[in-house]
Design a protein around this ligand. Sequence first.
Ligand code: FES
Length: 334
Amino acid sequence: MTTTVFTETVYERARAILARYPEGRERSALLPLLHLVQSEEGYVSPAGVAFCAEVLGINKAQVGAVATFYTMYKRRPTGDWLVSVCTNTMCDVLGGQQVYETLSELLGVGHDETTADGRITLEHAECLAACDYGPVMTVNYDFFDNVTPDSAVEVVEALRAGTPPKPSRAPRLCTLKEMAVQLAGFSDPREGAVGEGVAGAPTLRGVTLAQQHGIAVHGFDPDTPIPRKDADGTPARSVPAKVADAVKSVPAKVASAATAAKDAVTHRKPSESSGGDVKDPEVRAAEARNPDARTPEPDASGRTAPGNTGDAAGDAKPAGDDPGPQRQNLKDAQ
Ligand code: FES
């Protein structure tokens, strides 16, 4: 079945996205594909979900599960200008909530709602990773730093007037659909659409203070090479790979320990020196340390009750307190 909402150009772009992934791994292209359909319709519509499912050969429920997980995929028609105000902890204490409430009142919309003319969508956002510039807001993911209720109103009024203001750290704003094209992995052809920036003073504040006060990490060498091989010359393995190997070896180690324990029980003979004493060596050791303590008698099933404080067999410690096995396990895992 072919969905008709999307043109051949969109199919071409979808094929270009799929071509970036290794054969058999095309399903990983779902995220950029969702941005692609959003760049056409301004949101991920049911037709967009069907398009992604068709292109990837998966079902619509699988696409929907991903599309509803990430907040950047909008499930309802969204304005040209998505205004996101950070109301997370750092921005909130610096006035982020007042900024959000001021804009909400000005636009007459609440969270994830769009103005009646369909041009501006407002949302409050979790940390936008620019706490050093807080409080912040973004318009189509470009930042406006250190906003106040008044400066935020100026930004929104400029959007309404059709004169998008320049963001704090980007050359110029683009519409949400244009931004979605970039997020799908295609360059923006507009002149000066993408600019390069450097880390600003607030971001570098900690480094600057350290330099001013002569604080440095002892022995730190920024040119320290990253080892490419293990000591024996084999390519360095990642930590997850090492952990995976350690986990793989656990069943074999457990089976070997169980066999050894079974053999020990099967071949155990009454000790000559103990005159036929068949007690576990650990019990005998505990009794030697605390000869006045009572050793519990086996019950009808032949088992011995767990030791409590004062029991020689219990050695005044709850079961599992012996750190020996844990230490050995940790050693093995390393
Ligand atoms: S809390 Fe607002 S950017 Fe981090």
